[in-house]
Design a protein around this ligand. Structure first.
Ligand code: SF4
Ligand code: MG
Length: 331
């Protein structure tokens, strides 16, 4: 197992008081696997990523265990974390323009991680930078190293970010909405690149997205998050073919179908509850078409409904029965 996360909870201080942003998150990732984390914005996807990287504000309270290849990251010293970040785990963010330094050339920025984490000399570093730029599909690498971020297109900038993240061949790559700011064609190219990199390097990828289309393109397995909790986990094909949680069903219903116009998309009515004011019981209750009395008082736990498929919803029982679901959906 590459990554093993156990009972991770995160509380942040807001207006003088702590509120829970992540509530008892547990999951794992295998080598060579791409795990999607999906949900609307405000569900805790990005906070999950930042917690894994231990990139949190000073007053954040993080509980639980994060184990990367037998190394306990949670509770590690600042110094050890700096060694791990960029070297064993890297992260790519949504907007490459804000992550890149506008005043430094592409070459310098890709080289930086090599200076930090390797003993390569200048000549070796230059060779590696050119190699990396080629590997992420950037043409005329020799000229590119002397250019600045603003001279490049959005897609090229994201390729640079991927090159930086890949520089030290991390075992774990965390991508937070890496294609959201890009147009559809460029998005498809970047996703194809990620698939290629995964095939070649066997690294584990966590792909954070609100876009089920992205999940379908690259993910092997998926976690669905709602209001700081994981509500469903399954292999991607299983999740798309047999979604169990009403929230997942709602997310899938809002994917544009081929040939159907975007305006006719269904979306889930209502909004995600905020951390300071979580309802009792199931956090999705106010938006759920199947809500029952028990949902409003008792929090549903994750249960296995099928091999490789878990969900936290009162419609299902341990044996994978979903009698409630079938009868209730015909009401
Ligand atoms: Fe809906 Fe109840 Fe399931 Fe929550 S537990 S998703 S409210 S049916
Ligand atoms: Mg986010």
């Amino acid at each position: 197992m590459l990554l093993d996360v156990k009972h991770m909870s995160l509380s942040l201080k807001r207006a003088g008081k702590y509120s829970k942003i992540l509530d008892d998150i547990s999951f794992y990732l295998e080598q060579g696997e791409t795990l999607g984390i999906v949900g609307e914005s405000g569900c805790g996807k990005s906070m999950t990523a930042l917690s894994l990287m231990q990139l949190l504000p000073d007053k954040a309270r993080l509980e639980g265990e994060v184990d990367l290849q037998g190394q306990m990251i949670s509770g590690s010293s600042k110094r050890k974390l700096e060694k791990i970040r960029g070297n064993q785990m890297s992260m790519i963010f949504q907007d490459p323009l804000t992550s890149l330094n506008p005043l430094q050339t592409v070459g310098v920025q890709v080289e930086e991680s090599l200076i930090l984490h390797t003993k390569k000399n200048k000549k070796e570093r230059r060779k590696r930078v050119l190699e990396l730029l080629n590997a992420v599909g950037l043409p005329r690498a020799e000229e590119l190293i002397d250019e600045y971020p603003h001279q490049l297109s959005g897609g090229m900038r994201q390729r640079i970010m991927i090159a930086i993240a890949m520089a030290c061949e991390p075992q774990l790559l965390i991508c937070d909405e890496p294609t959201t700011a890009l147009d559809v064609t460029v998005q498809a190219q970047i996703l194809e690149l990620m698939n290629e990199i995964k095939r070649e390097t066997r690294m584990g990828i966590i792909m954070i997205t609100h876009d089920m289309g992205v999940v379908a393109e690259v993910c092997d397995r998926v976690l669905v998050m709602y209001a700081g909790k994981i509500v469903e986990e399954a292999h991607a094909t299983e999740l798309f073919g047999n979604p169990k949680h009403p929230y997942t069903q709602g997310l899938l219903a809002s994917i544009p179908k081929l040939g159907r116009r975007k305006e006719k998309l269904g979306s889930i009515p209502g909004t995600v509850p905020t951390p300071g004011s979580m309802p009792n019981g199931c956090r999705f209750a106010d938006r759920c078409p199947y809500v029952m009395d028990i949902c409003r008082t008792v929090t549903p736990q994750m249960i296995q409904v099928k091999e490789n498929h878990q969900t936290a919803c009162w419609l299902y029982d341990e044996k994978g029965g979903n009698e409630n679901a079938t009868t209730r959906s015909h009401e």
